[in-house]
Design a protein around this ligand. Structure first.
Ligand SMILES: [Fe+2]
Length: 229
């Protein structure tokens, strides 16, 4: 949240003190009652979403026919499978970005601020998870000491993974207008967290076309090319 004096990059923010009994006591079933809104609007006024939908229809892939199963014993099959899964996931994220952007346009300042705070807390937790407190505890080490050490001696592999993650999240949050909405609260917070430098990366609604591995592979195997091969 927005507590004053919160040291978001400190070890005490990253490591959480957990008492298993206390955790057990707060787990309970809750009943959810929420309104569901259906709009039966078939007006094709949302160009970006329509474009994405058209792509979604043509880039459906069938694992039985679109994958070269003769590669089963080698790594290329796995590589191709993962490319297709990534292209599906990029489409899901692009759908979220495009539809949320529309939805956010209708929200007031307080509602936007709630989304900014949610995005910030989610980013803090993702960052904290990279410090794998649970692993150090399991190994019998004091997570505070290990994490203080890791912060003093950054690991390039871990930094790269963190970069890859936030280079997707920050541009999408920016595309949603959350970074600079209101008084730019989230920009300040992301700066503090050390992830603002990723804001100029491509957001997923922009780069989805490049991630469409299914369309790219099919373009390589058009009947004309197969015929001349
Ligand atoms: Fe997904």
């Amino acid at each position: 949240m927005t507590q004053p004096g919160r040291e978001v990059n400190g070890v005490n923010e990253i490591v959480v003190d957990r008492d298993p009994a206390a955790l057990e006591s707060v787990i309970h079933d809750i009943e959810l009652h929420s309104d569901v809104l259906f709009t039966w609007d078939y007006e094709r006024s949302r160009t970006a979403l329509v474009k994405l939908y058209e792509k979604a229809k043509t880039s459906q892939w069938n694992a039985s026919t679109d994958l070269p199963w003769d590669m089963l014993t080698t790594e290329p099959l796995l590589k191709q499978l993962l490319r297709y899964v990534m292209s599906d996931e990029a489409r899901h994220v692009a759908f979220g970005v495009l539809s949320l952007r529309e939805f956010y346009e209708g929200l007031d300042g307080k509602e936007i601020r709630e989304r900014q705070e949610f995005a910030y807390e989610a980013a803090v937790r993702l960052r904290n998870r990279f410090m794998v407190q649970d692993v150090w505890e399991r190994l019998g080490a004091d997570p505070r000491e290990v994490i203080a050490f890791l912060k003093a001696h950054p690991n390039p592999g871990q930094e790269m993974f963190q970069t890859m993650l936030f280079s997707k999240i920050v541009p999408n949050v920016r595309k949603l207008g959350l970074l600079d909405a209101g008084d730019g609260w989230l920009r300040t917070k992301f700066t503090e967290l050390g992830i603002i430098q990723f804001e100029d990366g491509a957001d997923t609604s922009e780069e989805y076309g490049d991630l469409d591995a299914v369309a790219a592979d099919r373009a390589l195997t058009t009947p004309a090319q197969v015929g001349t091969a």
